[in-house]
Design a protein around this ligand. Sequence first.
Ligand SMILES: [Mg+2]
Ligand SMILES: [Zn+2]
Length: 260
Amino acid sequence: MSSSASAPARPKPRIANQLIVYDFDWSLADQDTDRWVLEVLAPALRRRMKSLKATGTVQYTDLVAQMMRELRALGHTKAEVLDALKGMPFHPAMRRAVLEMKHRAEPSTDFLVLSNANSVYIGTILAHQGLERVMQEVITNPAEWSKEDPELLVVRRRVPPEGRQHGCTVGCSANMCKGEELTNFLARHGKPFDRMVYVGDGANDFCPILRLREQDLALVRRHRGLEARIAKDGASAGLKCQVQYWTGAWEVEEIFATLT
Ligand SMILES: [Mg+2]
Ligand SMILES: [Zn+2]
């Protein structure tokens, strides 16, 4: 085959195995779990969360934990929280995209969820959407229903405030460095992936995508923090991966179909 001047004749490397990493809120799911639960059950607390966050004095995961205690103090129950989560927007095209990719013989795909939400929120929604078994691992903040009060959700930081803190200089919140978590996951997994794809939207997804290679792909949701952070710091921080933008989940489904 002859090569033209415009298209270098470089054979496309075969992709036998790939890892697809999903941020959860506004990426895999079409809403933000922490805020949604409050919007559904106690809008005044949703407003209070926004005001407290704006003060910048409370770490985000601690703030969510506090909101859950206040939600409980207002009399709200575990069943109400679970119902709110099951009713949270989740785009059918995103669900289809994941299942279709998982069922493809080649490339073989491992899925990882890497999220600043919590294990109960994510576990509830994944189970409700029939995606629980598709995910190799869910890396997030630990949460559990309290032993003393089974109606209270206790949310803790992935990296506890006592003990060694992560050394991230990119801007991850104290509860978790998503970049470090991705690196640790890859080390645990052992064998390398021919391609990694990261689906994200938030400013805190910038750190993990800095760890992607040239053959990897970041699927970045438009009009949110990650797009702005890439525009501001992508070049100076040495972002190496390819970047494709999307707005609706149906576009991710389209892009997945091209990932042969
Ligand atoms: Mg997000
Ligand atoms: Zn980080």
